[in-house]
Ligand binder design. Structure first.
Ligand SMILES: O=c1ccn([C@H]2C[C@H](O)[C@@H](CO)O2)c(=O)[nH]1
Ligand SMILES: [Zn+2]
Length: 132
């Protein structure tokens, strides 16, 4: 599956977003090594701090099914340029995805920027920091 097709999957996921507070809908699509696609959307809450982003929804859905081997992640929203994952998602992506995996950022116009997981969060706090 190419980047454009994965962004299409993220657009489908975006339609499921639950965003009564921001009305800002985000979709994500996570491609596994064996070709399966997990979808994620943002899910908001009246207690704003527990809103969950599309990227984390997709990763947590994959983990919940026991899938841990990922090939690529796409994220899409109606942003001026390619949609950029927030800091919390960057930390989770760094934890659960290989450093050289590509993250496809996109907007609904189809403008795309591709970066690696390592590029998303330079200097990330990681397992080695914790375990000494
Ligand atoms: O990359 C992003 C950026 C924001 N959001 C969500 C969180 C919140 O529901 C809304 C506004 O920040 O968009 C995502 O899902 N992914
Ligand atoms: Zn986020």
């Amino acid at each position: 599956m190419d980047n454009q097709a994965l962004v299409q999957e993220a657009l489908k996921a975006r339609e499921k977003a639950y965003t009564p507070y921001s009305n800002f809908k985000v979709g994500a699509a996570l491609l596994t090594k064996d070709g399966k696609v997990y979808h994620g959307c943002n899910i908001e809450n009246a207690a704003y701090s527990v809103c969950n982003c599309a990227e984390r929804t997709a990763l947590f859905a994959a983990y919940a099914e026991g899938d841990h081997e990922f090939e690529r992640l796409a994220v899409v929203a109606d942003t001026p340029g390619p949609c950029s994952p927030c800091g919390a998602c960057r930390q989770v992506i760094f934890e659960l995805c290989p450093p050289q995996m590509e993250v496809i950022m996109s907007n609904i116009k189809g403008e795309i920027k591709v970066v690696t997981v390592a590029e998303l969060l330079p200097g990330a706090f990681n397992q080695e920091d914790l375990n000494g």
